[in-house]
Design a protein around this ligand. Structure first.
Ligand SMILES: NC(=O)c1ccc[n+]([C@@H]2O[C@H](COP(=O)([O-])OP(=O)(O)OC[C@H]3O[C@@H](n4cnc5c(N)ncnc54)[C@H](O)[C@@H]3O)[C@@H](O)[C@H]2O)c1
Ligand SMILES: N[C@H](CO)Cc1c[nH]c[nH+]1
Ligand SMILES: [Zn+2]
Length: 438
């Protein structure tokens, strides 16, 4: 039986929550941008970000000037990470197979992957510059073969996030706009006079960004619901409580709405982690976010066995699940619901976030029950095609189609089959108009 040593505060679940006021604000912004285009984009950028430059779009010269001001070490590190992200994405792409099969003589069925034409890459950055999100969204789109990538990121307290702009540019973004939140997402989705409409939107963001993508889904494609960060650690009695505490807080620092959950088989470890968290928070520079996140959304659960710990972890369907147990790879067999798994003490969520090469845009708020994170496949449409190059095969299919369609009273569909059976094998065509030569 699982015992909770700490629960999220009232209404909390250890998962990021949906806030209805966010839904209303987002719906209003989308409606206004739909109606008034660029004028409304500018109004909301002024209102939410106090940002109203002459143009939101950076020219080639501005990009060059901004990138040239970024320290050489930062550029080298951006390139080093982008190489890793690109390598992993290329492997993912190779795992997708186009194929064509002859299922019966003369009947050819095929599958192929076509990249979307225009993608919008949202790179978050209201509170801090999420440089790494540029690699995750733009590099991945380009590996998928997307022709045009529009990248948007907000200013940070009125400043241009130079390293993020450099990362977007080096990743291959075709256009860069300094624009954030719902106004960026809505402008890319519906199109304005200056911001071209995209076919799909990708990238993580805060509750406003995630909600805007959710509301616009259908009109544009979206990668997934990737909202406020969540993390969960599964630990046994051999785990190092200091590492557990540090790793929980690494993700709680994203914002006061970022849950961090510990599921452990060891009560002494749980108690030690809880006291270490409090100690670390005293001097943590980002405690203004991490402390309320831990207080309001943190949970600590003690289970009797590791299997039970995996089952409890599965029920959260957390964005990140870190396994600090004797046999971390057991989680690969036992767990179903997670955005990404981090196996053993040698790695951590921060490696996934910043450097290792897997994509950090991951499902939140339970979306890990039905999807994984952003990857090349999200930018690709898996389409099928067919050809019947054998008249007899078409006639046989035509007869079957005629009967199958009439079960459902689809006379028009049935006739498409009838006409082939008639044309290719001389079947009767009682409904044919008199003007057709029989
Ligand atoms: N799930 C994932 O894969 C993943 C990955 C990285 C980051 N994240 C999340 O991204 C988020 C980044 O958040 P952020 O805020 O720094 O940047 P952001 O770019 O997501 O959002 C900033 C924008 O939010 C809008 N905004 C802020 N307050 C508003 C208000 N009251 N009303 C309307 N609009 C408002 C502003 O327009 C601003 O430009 C964090 O929550 C983090 O956890 C998630
Ligand atoms: N943990 C975030 C995903 O929820 C990704 C990230 C980028 N930088 C820091 N963190
Ligand atoms: Zn993070």
């Amino acid at each position: 039986m699982a015992t909770y040593l700490k629960r999220a505060s009232e209404g909390g679940t250890g998962r990021a929550r949906r806030d209805d006021t966010v839904g209303k604000i987002v719906a209003d912004v989308i409606a206004e941008i739909r109606k008034r285009g660029d004028e409304a984009v500018r109004e909301y950028s002024e209102k939410f970000d106090n940002w109203s430059p002459e143009s939101f779009r950076l020219s080639a010269a501005e990009i060059e000037r901004i990138v040239s001001g970024v320290p050489a070490q930062v550029i080298d590190d951006i390139l080093a990470v982008q190489r890793r992200v690109r390598t992993f994405a290329q492997h993912q792409k190779e795992s997708l197979t186009d194929f064509e099969v002859e299922t019966e003589p003369g009947v050819f069925l095929g599958q192929k992957h076509i990249p979307v034409g225009r993608a919008g890459a949202y790179v978050p950055g209201g509170r801090y510059p999420l440089v790494a999100s540029a690699h995750m969204t733009v590099v991945t789109a380009k590996v998928a073969g997307v022709e045009h990538v529009t990248a948007c990121t907000p200013p940070i307290r009125g400043e241009i996030p130079a390293a993020t702009v450099a990362a977007m540019h080096l990743a291959g973004a075709d256009e860069i706009f300094l624009l954030g939140g719902t106004q960026a997402v809505a402008a890319m989705a519906v199109g304005t006079e200056t911001i071209g409409k995209v076919d799909m939107l990708a990238g993580p963001g805060n509750a406003y960004v995630a909600e805007a993508k959710r509301q616009l889904f259908g009109e544009v494609g979206i990668d997934l619901f990737a909202g406020p960060t969540e993390t969960l650690v599964v630990a046994d009695d051999e785990a190092d409580p200091f590492v557990v505490a540090v790793d929980l807080l690494s993700q709680a620092e994203h914002g006061p709405d970022s849950p961090a959950v510990l599921v452990t088989t060891s009560r002494p470890l749980a108690e030690r982690v809880m006291s270490l968290v409090e100690e670390i928070l005293v001097e943590m520079p980002t405690a203004d976010f991490a402390a309320p996140a831990w207080r309001d959304h943190g949970e600590v659960v003690v289970t009797e066995t590791v299997e039970e710990a995996f089952a409890v972890a599965d029920s959260y369907a957390s964005e990140h699940v870190q396994i600090l147990t004797r046999e971390p790879r057991l989680a690969l067999q036992k767990m179903r619901n997670f955005g990404a798994l981090f196996l053993g003490e040698g790695t951590c969520v921060s490696y996934g976030d910043k450097v290792i090469g897997t994509n950090h845009t991951l499902p939140t708020r339970g979306a890990a029950r039905y999807t994984g994170g952003l990857w090349v496949g999200k930018y690709l449409k898996t389409v099928t095609y067919q050809e019947v190059a054998n008249r007899q095969a078409s006639a046989t299919l035509g007869e079957l189609c005629g009967r199958a369609a009439r079960i459902e009273q689809f006379e028009g569909h049935a006739r498409s089959g009838d006409v082939r059976a008639w044309k290719y094998s001389g079947a009767e065509l009682p409904w044919a108009p008199a003007s057709v030569v029989r």
